[in-house]
Write a protein that binds this ligand. Sequence first.
Ligand code: PHE
Ligand code: ZN
Length: 877
Amino acid sequence: MKTDTPVTIRRSDYAPPTFLVDTVELDFDLDAASTTVRAKLALRRNPAAAADAPLHLDGDGLTLVQAKLDGVVLPPERLAFAGDGSLTIAGLLDVAVLETVVRIAPETNTSLSGLYTSGGNFYTQCEAEGFRRITFFPDRPDVMSRYTVTITADRARVPVLLSNGNPDGAGDAGEGRHRARWVDPHPKPSYLFALVAGDLVAVSDRFTTRSGRDVALNIWVRRGDEDRCGHAMDSLKRSMTWDEDIYGLEYDLDVFNIAAVSDFNMGAMENKGLNVFNTKYVLASQESATDGDWQGIETVIAHEYFHNWTGNRVTCRDWFQLSLKEGLTVFRDQEFSADMGSRAVKRIRDVRGLRAAQFPEDAGPMAHPVRPDSYIEIDNFYTPTVYQKGAEVVRLIHTRIGATAFRRGMDLYTARNDNQAVTIEDFVTAMQDASGIDLSAFYGWYDQAGTPELTASDSYDPATRRFTLTLRQQTPPTPGQPDKHPVPIPVAMGLLGPDGAPQATRLAGENAAQPGTRTLLLEGTEQSFVFEDVPAPPVPSLLRGFSAPVRLRGVTRDRLRFLAVHDTDPFVRWESGLQYAASVMLEMVAAQQRGEPLGFDAALAEAVANTLAAAGDDPAFAAEALSLPGEGFLADQMEIADPVAIHAVRQHLRAEIGRRCRPALRATYDALAETGPYRIDGTAIGRRALRNTCLAYLTAAGDGPLAKAQFDTATNMTDSLAALSLLADTDGAARDKALATFHARWRGDDLVLDKWFSIQAMAARPDAIAAVRALYTHPDFDLRNPNRARSLIGAFASGNPSQFHDLSGEGYRFLADAVIALDPINGSIAARLVGPLGQWRRQAAARGTLMRRELQRVLDTPNLSKGTFEKVSKALL
Ligand code: PHE
Ligand code: ZN
């Protein structure tokens, strides 16, 4: 039985810090087994706090050697330690200097939070609450301080010593040791502190900002990785230029350092002047990186760089405001990528991602508002809701007030809040003040969980030539929020004539008709919009560009087919094709469940043929249009999912389309064969995507040798991996040989080896669970490396639904076993991986029971981390 149930932190309990810390001097004596950290904090009583309030310092796993207050050693009776490792000191004057000395052990820190070692080098990760694992400190984002850092270490083993800000001298420290000093002139919260030290080499470049500041750019990697940093550096320079061009925001230090590390919990971290990156989002070469990898690097480099203003200069008051920096920064990186390539394809991909991850979250046990009301472990709230839905909410505001007012709002937001820790209200208010538009209703989007359902119906009256469009919204209940209010939903739309031609639109009360797309704003539960002078019954095109993160209902199949062909908006064309296919497939799933023949809707083959015929114009778009709805997307449309039936239907359809469209697919495949040099621009990436989509259909139709031939001759990772993943689904010698060849070639490259694990974990073969269990004991598997753990455990549980949900329950058992083994090593990653078991309510009772049993087994594990406890206990409620 649990004795101490973890504490729930509530947004409504916010209280300002009792003391502020104006300056911090940190001194690190680095040693893998025992590092000494000296901290000197200049404290000042917060005018907003009570005059006699004590000083509260967070601490976690620290060994205190000494504490001095104003130069005098504090006796033990002045130090009140709490069970969580934090320290309270009473009786301080209004101004005081606290000096502490602590010891920590980086080399045994497997949580990868705080100071840890990876490959013999030192790295820190402080967001959200890792700084307290380095020194005693009010570890909360509303305490902002100026940092000076001195690092001392063995010169031979640790030649490079980095921290935030600008370098401020280096020198010999005697006895084979050396030292470096860093000064960060910008006040920052502790979560942005960073230290990186070790045997690293830099790839360097320079950037001159618009106002003439010369910035040294360095990407620090392990020796041997230097030649794989070009794309990251190029992406960084483009990001810096873009933020100046679009937002007038410049970089504000003399150096910008990026360090890549292979043991990292997340994608990357925006520490001031010293970003730390998962190697996955830095290193890439033609041979080793897929097109998805190239794009991921561009996005994440931009994201972290953009945080310098949205996150660092203007930061969050408390962690409930996390989306203030994350939603806004994701919005900014999405726009950057849209400007770098195809806006339409980028939007399609982002919406695909939102629906794959955020919609199910919003419909599951961990559903939470973009601004949560409470948490047990903040690490659990770095979610698709906070990031992706948060970005959608920023986009809603952008759509509502327009690009020009939005830019003015950003200027106002950064000017008013520079060097401060603020709230979502400060962002919305700036946008409101800059636009003169009342945005108060948009708080509903921040504070209410669940995905709104938007239903459209319409009628046409030939006598009055009036077309009436009625929009209705409803949000299903989520845990803790049974009753929902309407939220403002901007619906970008247009009307098409019966011939498919776009119509100008005039709403009742307007003087003139408007051409192109217009945006209706649904504010209440239901609203009708009357269009005048409509010559014939039109087809409405709704939610162009996915103007709001909602589920649109009520569009008939006939209209979907029509819109997929005729609409002017590429998003709606793609979306209509997808929804049409989804509707057909869900019907097939029902047939499969009843044991009836699946049949085939010829319109799907027709659509594929049409798309292939027009593919030359925009191969990347064609590749998106040709991709059938994913298994997860289909499951999310069902009250009770049936992963096995969904998989069978999707396979059947792929094979059927492959057979019926074989000549056209083959012709496209052949025509797109790479001839010139390898390129990673949008067109080249689009061509490879389309070609590999054709390959998938052809392979499904039985053209096995084609994938093998592509695998044998591929000159880049995208083509090699596309072929290998198709082979991995097959049986026989070619499969085993390809997997063995791939392993032999890439055994020395961790990032590629991750792909080798994932491909096998996601192979939908009947022996999948046994294969995954075997890979778990493979000599190259390492539970402690988050990328590797995700590549096997996460890929299987999230990327192989038909096998994970095998009725034996063995898939669930494997996941629970892995989570129980990982939790004491890295609770943060264990809590993330356990997620799929929480979706038991969406499965049939037989599966749900088995899933709950495994959740319970995890919950019964002694000393469970707070994060895993929160996920599992909420899933079982
Ligand atoms: N703040 C990081 C980002 O989104 C994510 C992160 C969170 C990294 C927590 C590490 C730990 O850019
Ligand atoms: Zn971020």
